[in-house]
Write a protein that binds this ligand. Structure first.
Ligand code: SF4
Length: 451
């Protein structure tokens, strides 16, 4: 997304333009993250900040961690129209950009409502079709309303994407309003996330309310640490949960403790065992691939296959390459491997899964880095960043979250250019893009790096 007209009227320097675009996509940001978000040299950030502040485009917060945020949408619009008056700027273009700006700001301001949908494969690529387990899973759960119950959590994972958010619990009233809104959008599946949703004091009521409103499926996305205790799981199922998505990263208590910063391996495994014993549940799992656990991935697959051995119900595990944002950005040196370091481990895990008949999927590794197992690449079928709903106006806009991904110019020549989302922008910040090799059309052979 480029806002050429807006940056032109203020005659912004390239650095200030880059910062302005970054502010558009995010909420209030601490000073320490700005260079990273805008992909700038840290030394140019102060001057770019001054430039934006001199135009009234950003404001400094009152908090102690020195956060900055974009002026509200109305102020920006007023400033833009006033500055543009009397210039020869294309009025239609400016109006269009202001509309985009409003939409993106609203999306950023409403993080609790996200609609997650399958991607339209017609626009994706012509690679191998999805395996049956993937199709069944997508049919069973998507699209769904992704309802965040709050940000409170009993873990503090090193890769958590809520790193700098204040820990809070959303009120029952606010959640009910979102539940109604999801039904007005015609959504029938409801996913309850957090933080850790099982900590919400009104969880059972929210589940029952969702069911009463007509959600035919309720998914609990959890770290599973509380599901093994007493009748916790049974009470959730009685209230209306019929699908569970759990996180599990490593078949090793010490590595799990380092990743979760909580000693909960046994409880989590108990919870997962209890979930797996319920064949009627649709189950998914996510394991985050990091430098700390990548060497354990084949062993992880063996454990997941063992846990799912007697299941007849649907189970779709996934390995996600760590997104180097928030906590993971803070721990990037310890946590984020290079793609080319990680893919031999991921490939070994996928080989092992095929051997064991486990429908293991993955996300976050482009086809040019790991050409094998493409039919198991969930990003070809869905994207957690695909559709953002803006709440009241039911408007969908991808721009706000597409910003987290980066495709260098060479991708334009690649046979995978439509289906591939590229790499995480923060990954490109960290390691660059010289591991990416556009795959030419026709017979496959590696092309030299084009950027
Ligand atoms: S070259 Fe670009 S489009 Fe092609 S697979 Fe790699 S990241 Fe994706």
């Amino acid at each position: 997304m480029e806002l050429e007209a807006l940056t032109k009227i203020w005659r912004l320097s390239p650095a200030a333009s880059a910062l302005l675009l970054s502010f558009l996509q995010f909420r209030r940001e601490p000073h320490a993250r700005l260079a990273h978000l805008a992909r700038l040299e840290p030394k140019v950030v102060p001057a770019a900040l001054d430039e934006l502040r001199s135009h009234g485009l950003i404001e400094r917060g009152t908090d102690r961690d020195r956060r900055y945020g974009l002026a509200d949408a109305e102020t920006l619009e007023r400033l833009a129209r006033r500055t543009a008056a009397g210039t020869d700027l294309d009025g239609d273009r400016l109006a269009l950009e202001l509309e985009i700006l409003r939409e993106v700001r609203e999306a950023v301001g409403r993080p609790s409502i996200t609609v997650i949908s399958p991607r339209e494969r017609a626009h994706a690529d012509d690679g191998p079709p999805p395996p049956r387990a993937v199709t069944a899973y997508l049919r069973a759960l998507f699209p769904y309303l992704d309802l965040r119950l709050g940000t409170r959590c009993n873990f503090n994972c090193r890769y958590c994407l809520l790193g700098h958010e204040k820990r809070s619990t959303r009120s029952l009233e606010a959640l009910e309003a979102d539940l109604h809104h999801g039904r007005r959008l015609g959504l029938e599946c409801l996913s309850l996330t957090g933080g850790e949703p099982s900590l919400h004091p009104d969880l059972l009521r929210i589940i029952r309310r969702g069911r009463a409103l007509g959600y035919r499926r309720v998914i609990l996305v959890t770290n599973a640490s509380l599901l093994g205790a007493g009748r916790n799981l049974e009470r959730l199922l009685e209230a209306g949960v019929d699908a569970v998505g759990f996180s599990f990263d490593a078949p090793d208590p010490a590595v799990s403790r380092r990743l979760w910063r909580r000693d909960a391996y046994t409880q989590v495994l108990d919870g997962i065992r209890r979930v797996m014993a319920h064949d009627e549940l649709v189950v998914g799992s996510i394991s985050v691939l990091t430098r700390l656990n990548m060497h354990l991935l084949p062993e992880l697959v063996r454990l997941l296959a063992e846990l799912a051995r007697d299941r007849r119900g649907l189970y779709l595990p996934a390995i996600d390459f760590v997104m180097p944002e928030e906590n993971a950005w803070a721990h990037r040196r310890a946590l984020v491997p290079r793609l080319t370091e990680a893919t031999p481990h991921l490939e070994a895990a996928l080989d092992e899964a095929r051997r064991l008949g486990l429908p293991l999927t993955f996300r976050g590794v482009p086809a040019c880095v790991m050409p094998a197992h493409r039919e198991w690449d969930m990003e070809r079928y869905m994207s957690i960043f695909d559709v953002v709903d803006l709440g009241d106006r039911s408007l969908q806009h991808r721009a706000g979250l597409d910003f987290l991904r980066h495709k260098p110019p060479g991708c334009a020549t690649c046979v995978h250019r439509r289906g591939c989302l590229g790499v995480y922008r923060a990954y490109a910040n960290l390691y660059g893009t010289d591991e990416l090799r556009p795959v030419p059309h026709g017979p496959r052979e590696e092309a030299p790096c084009a950027w």
